[in-house]
Design a protein around this ligand. Structure first.
Ligand SMILES: Cc1cc2nc3c(=O)[nH]c(=O)nc-3n(C[C@H](O)[C@H](O)[C@H](O)COP(=O)(O)OP(=O)(O)OC[C@H]3O[C@@H](n4cnc5c(N)ncnc54)[C@H](O)[C@@H]3O)c2cc1C
Length: 553
């Protein structure tokens, strides 16, 4: 396949030539920079690129063109190249249109004219967009390939695992991709051995366990030291932030995660309310950057490594791992977050991974192309996933138990969903039963308003309802509330158990649990704000408190 394309569109020949020249000067080694002088010519070029199997990495269009506005062109390009990055070239007076286009045209960036000097105003933004596109892009048929069945739980688990460890791979559905069968035949893999993972060096893994996948990809799973200053359990935003701050302050820092870095945020298609990203940032991209930053400061990251227990032994904390090994640290930050509650709908448990998915809209979105899907839930995660899936699916039905989205979903998301013609919202509705043959095919929806039940054909059901903290593995001495969320600081002090457990002469610090030197940050903590920004902030604060603890002991 030839190099990916950057397409620039402007009806003004001088501007077009200047932007093309600047982009070529920087990107011509790795990208083909093409140009078009109108929206129509650009659309024609986009369809031709698609027909030839070329990759479009970025499309940059002027807003004011006589026959088609830039925003409209960018919006129309989504159907053909959903993950291409979209940039609007604007005059100062068009900034309002650009801000509106962030939702309508899935705009990733707007670039003001003039962009001189390009080293400051053009290249840093385009570098970021291209590196983010590279991490989402799956080249046609090279690299790591996973062949399996869309409706198999095992295939889904391996996909989730690769995605959360930021391993680029190409998914080939045996029933849809013509390239899959010849590959299996060449590798002598039978249908019963799926999913099969074909690595770049030709190694073939037949229905591998996640441990085998991790081992073959050389994911690091053994700690380098016997004793750490700080062990952080959970590599979601809270844990990643803690590892960046811990390592940057010179603490010997180890970050552990049972799946891969990212946590719930890694499943988010677009985080729009995180400071500094006006056009939003995908969870994968934020994770990629955070991991690079933590590693730059010298934090050690081990994954997949699950923690099964914790005990305090004098000033030392012993962290037990699922492989039977122990690690020792002077302080611990528990940042294990939470997970989605299971949907108690008849038939659902039989189709998990085979049409029913919890919090995994990004991983499965590509497979939903042209399909009809149902999203359950009224929170931001459900809304965001419905909006993302609408770029791939023919129709998305969002079902919500309450009579409106207002109390549970952010205003900007409600507006975004209202503007999407293929998203239908059904309030006062619950899923009553699901059915299928090998994979989920039909969902019965019940109206809570009048008790009526209708059946809907659907290829997938994405569930985002309520949450459960990942805290079962903690010892009793770490006091939790009735729902299992970890209590810290003053909240812990007012519990009945506190005086029995806490034997220090001082009060616990703000994010300190009932075990001295063990802190909690992010969604696993009672009273957390359940946002990326607040998890990041708590991760950073917990490190500061851990340093104070270390200074005292
Ligand atoms: C689909 C979706 C969209 C969202 N969108 C937004 C948004 O737009 N804006 C926003 O602000 N927030 C959003 N959120 C919420 C936000 O992602 C969370 O509040 C945030 O991720 C919490 O971070 P955390 O680090 O506390 O926990 P998590 O992100 O839950 O991470 C916890 C980590 O701990 C690991 N872990 C758990 N148990 C163990 C164990 N025993 N051993 C080892 N590792 C373990 C898990 O594998 C996981 O990686 C969204 C959430 C979802 C699911």
């Amino acid at each position: 396949m030839s190099e990916p394309v950057i397409l620039v569109v402007d009806d003004d020949p001088q501007v077009l030539s200047a932007i093309r020249r600047d982009l070529r000067s920087r990107y011509r080694e790795d990208y083909r920079v093409l140009s078009a002088n109108s929206g129509e010519t650009a659309l024609d070029a986009i369809h031709k690129l698609k027909a030839r199997g070329d990759a479009l990495a970025l499309i940059m269009s002027d807003q004011r063109m006589p026959s088609m506005l830039g925003v409209d062109l960018l919006a129309r390009s989504i159907e053909v190249y959903p993950i291409a990055k979209r940039v609007l070239l604007t005059a100062y007076s068009d900034i309002d249109a650009a801000v509106r286009a962030i939702n309508e045209a899935h705009l990733d960036h707007y670039l003001g004219k003039p962009w001189d000097p390009p080293e400051e105003k053009l290249f840093p933004a385009i570098d970021d967009l291209l590196s983010s596109w590279q991490s989402d892009f799956r080249p046609e048929i090279t690299g790591i390939r996973l062949i399996g069945n869309q409706w198999s739980l095992r295939s889904h688990e391996v996909k989730q695992f690769l995605a959360s460890n930021l391993v680029p791979y190409r998914w080939l559905d045996i029933e849809k991709e013509t390239a899959a069968a010849p590959l299996l035949e060449a590798a002598c893999v039978s249908i019963q051995e799926l999913p099969a993972l074909i690595l770049e060096d030709g190694t073939i893994l037949r229905n591998p366990t996640l441990d085998q996948v991790a081992e073959s990809l050389s994911l690091k799973r053994a700690a380098a030291h016997d004793l750490y200053d700080l062990i952080i359990i959970g590599a979601g935003p809270a844990g990643l932030a803690a590892s960046v701050y811990g390592a940057s302050e010179g603490l010997r820092t180890l970050l552990l995660d049972g799946n891969g870095p990212g946590g719930q945020a890694g499943a988010s298609s677009k985080i729009e309310n995180y400071l500094g990203f006006p056009s939003g940032v995908s969870g994968t991209e934020l994770t990629r950057r955070a991991v690079a930053q933590a590693q730059k400061f010298g934090a050690e990251i081990l994954s997949p490594v699950s923690v099964t227990g914790l005990s305090a032994d004098g000033g030392y904390k012993r962290v037990a791992l699922s492989d039977g090994k122990d690690l020792v640290s002077r302080t611990v930050i528990v940042a294990t977050g939470m997970t989605y509650r299971e949907l108690q709908t008849e038939g659902v448990s039989g189709y998990i991974g085979a049409g029913v998915y919890y919090g995994s809209a990004i991983t499965e979105a590509q497979s939903c192309r042209g399909c009809r899907v149902i999203v359950v839930g009224g929170g931001n995660s459900a809304g965001q996933s419905a909006a993302y899936l609408s770029r791939f699916a023919r129709e998305v039905i969002l079902i919500v138990r309450r009579d409106s989205l207002g109390p549970t979903m952010s205003h900007y998301l409600i507006q975004q969903l209202a503007a999407l013609s293929n998203v239908k919202i059904r309030t006062c509705t619950v899923a009553e039963r699901v059915e299928g043959d090998g994979h989920m095919q039909k969902v019965w929806l019940k109206s809570l308003a009048d008790g009526s039940v209708v059946s809907e054909e659907a290829d997938a059901l994405f569930v985002f309802i309520g949450t459960r903290p990942h805290s079962d593995w903690l010892p009793e001495s770490v006091v939790r509330n009735a729902k299992g969320f970890v209590l810290t600081g003053r909240d812990a002090q007012v519990t009945e158990e506190f005086s029995r457990i806490w034997k220090e002469s001082r009060d616990p610090m703000l994010l300190e649990t009932t075990v001295p030197g063990v802190f909690a940050a992010g969604d696993v903590r009672a009273g957390a704000m359940n946002r990326v920004a607040s998890a990041v902030a708590e991760g950073a604060i917990a490190v500061r408190l851990a340093s104070d603890y270390l200074a005292r002991t």
